[in-house]
Ligand binder design. Structure first.
Ligand SMILES: [Zn+2]
Length: 550
């Protein structure tokens, strides 16, 4: 279909056509191979999709089409003449092995499983490798082997092949992009709720796990040297106070600024904080739209524009710099961990409690953080302290699991994991109750700090990113920053300080109140924390310290 007819063909058209009919264009071979891979290996994927979203035929079709295009992309990438058939056979073999493990043991081949496989000894391997496994895999391979050996693929001139190959790649990528973009509002919650389904997508899933595993192995061969920052950090004697400072930094989760009553939201989501002398900064943007990006970024000194994950993971963050200056730092976590930022400070994973009535199914309500804070406050510490409370906050999609008792103000709540099936008002009710629960938590922190006699106290609260609640069909978070709505990037930021802290730091209420409308971002956290403890270091930029010259 792509070739011009050569003079030789004109001379003997019949002979030419009959020989040509038996030769396939390599990209047509790739197309049929991708159909074969998708249909022969994905019985479990199709079953899971049907079971998870029954009756949602549009979403089901979209998922299958995306899997087909991913498989097509894989095959097209390896469509070079001598490589193509062996590559397709390898894809079928990987798929057949993975299918066997899913089918026989319910085991999916992900990165962790590959790690296990590499670390397995011979005895363990023998326990898995059986004759029946070889037969079953061979049985699945028989039809593809037969087809591949019978089909003859045409050899194209290099330049012509390259043009066709590039065009095919562009078409596949564009089709994938448009399918994902058009179905994003359904796809995002699907993959959030049913993370396991993507592991059933064969052979794409084990292939991508293998690539990711190999890249980790390569990275381990070249360990990046850890860069110590802020080695000059000190608290000059002149800024030491008669009582040590205690600052509680509450790291929020998935809280969006415009659902805080303190920021003008019409519903009473801050019933307790609105009665307290709390400052709310109303124009604050996050570094990213997901925890794994925002948290390391906000604790680093790189700022959003220059943030690089590998550099952040391999250099000191603000917690390290404060600890270097002699401040006692503790991290209490009720989220899923601290994304590496607390790696070098004492950490308490409070969500791992088994017997606590606040915890069910491995998740705890945020008041467990108050219990952990109380324990910390009983410790005799004579230096300045920073205690970080990492909340579960408003983590979705099960917002209703983030509040309890008197915090459930707005009813009825959406209790479906597939939130897009709930009434929009029920989603907002469940989400707003989680904000009320955060309001209770923060008021509980302030109550404790207000009573504290041994320290000069203050509390700083900042959320990691916002959340879409179905506006324009968008749910949850994690969109690329450039296309994310403000619901995902505008976050609440609050400040409370005791009278003793305010007077020793010479902070006036008027000065802070006047700054509540200023634009701030996660970039301000690093320098503001240095300022809060009056730590001196070359890293400090007073222009980024929210409280400087107050
Ligand atoms: Zn988050």
């Amino acid at each position: 279909m792509f070739d011009a007819i050569s003079p030789a063909a004109k001379a003997a058209p019949e002979a030419f056509n009959s020989s040509k009919q038996r030769l396939w264009h390599p990209l047509w071979f790739a197309f049929i191979s991708a159909i074969g891979l998708t249909l022969l290996l994905n019985g479990h994927f199709l079953q899971a999709v049907q079971a998870k979203v029954p009756g949602q035929y549009g979403l089901q079709l979209n998922l299958v089409a995306i899997l087909f295009l991913l498989n097509l992309l894989l095959v097209v990438l390896f469509s070079f003449r001598r490589l193509q058939k062996p590559a397709v056979l390898v894809f079928f073999a990987i798929g057949a092995f993975s299918y066997y493990f899913i089918d026989s043991f319910g085991i999916v081949i992900d990165k962790a499983m590959l790690q296990n496989a590499v670390e397995t000894d011979v005895a363990e391997a023998k326990g898995i490798l059986t004759v029946s496994m070889i037969w079953q895999v061979f049985g699945m391979m028989l039809f593809p082997i037969l087809c591949i050996s019978l089909i003859k693929v045409r050899s194209l001139p290099a330049m012509q092949f390259f043009k066709h190959w590039l065009l095919a790649l562009v078409l596949v990528v564009l089709s994938l992009g448009s399918l994902i973009a058009s179905g994003f509002s359904e796809l995002a919650p699907f993959f959030r709720n049913y993370k396991d389904v993507k592991h059933l997508a064969l052979p794409f899933s084990p292939m991508s796990a293998a690539v990711s595993f190999s890249s980790d192995l390569i990275k381990q061969q070249f360990p990046t040297k850890f860069v110590q920052l802020g080695q000059d950090a000190v608290q000059p004697l002149a800024v030491k106070t008669d009582k040590p400072r205690l600052i509680v930094l509450v790291l929020g989760e998935t809280a969006r600024a415009d659902h805080f009553q303190l920021n003008g939201y019409a519903r009473p989501t801050n019933p307790k904080l609105s009665q307290l002398p709390v400052y709310s900064f109303k124009d604050v943007s996050s570094c990213g739209t997901a925890t794994a990006h925002s948290v390391p970024c906000m604790f680093s000194n790189m700022g959003r524009e220059n943030y690089k994950e590998t550099i952040a993971k391999n250099s000191s963050n603000i917690l390290d710099v404060l600890a270097k200056a002699g401040i006692n730092v503790n991290w209490l976590d009720n989220n899923s961990g601290c994304k590496g930022v607390c790696a070098r400070v004492p950490t308490d994973l409070v969500f791992e409690q088994q017997q606590n009535p606040l915890c069910t199914d491995g998740q705890c309500l945020d008041p467990v953080l108050l219990e952990a804070l109380d324990k910390q406050l009983q410790k005799p510490v004579t230096s300045d302290r920073l205690i970080v409370l990492h909340q579960m906050g408003s983590h979705g999609p099960e917002y209703y699991r983030r509040s309890a008792g008197s915090d459930k103000v707005f009813l009825p709540e959406c209790t479906d994991k597939q939130i897009q099936l709930c009434a929009p008002t029920d989603i907002v009710n469940a989400y707003d109750n989680s904000i009320v629960a955060t309001d209770s938590l923060l008021a509980g922190v302030i109550e404790r700090l207000n009573k504290e006699q041994n320290y000069q106290t203050a509390m700083f609260y900042l959320s990691d990113h916002g959340e879409s609640l179905g506006e324009s069909g968008i749910y949850l978070h994690g969109l690329p920053y450039w296309m994310a709505p403000k619901a995902q990037t505008q976050v609440p930021m609050l400040w409370w300080m005791s009278g003793a802290y305010a007077s020793s730091q010479q902070l006036t209420a008027e000065c802070i109140a006047a700054r509540q409308q200023n634009p701030y971002s996660h970039d301000n956290l690093f320098h503001s924390l240095l300022g809060m403890f009056k730590v001196s270091t070359d890293l400090y930029q007073s222009g980024k310290d929210i409280f400087h010259t107050c």
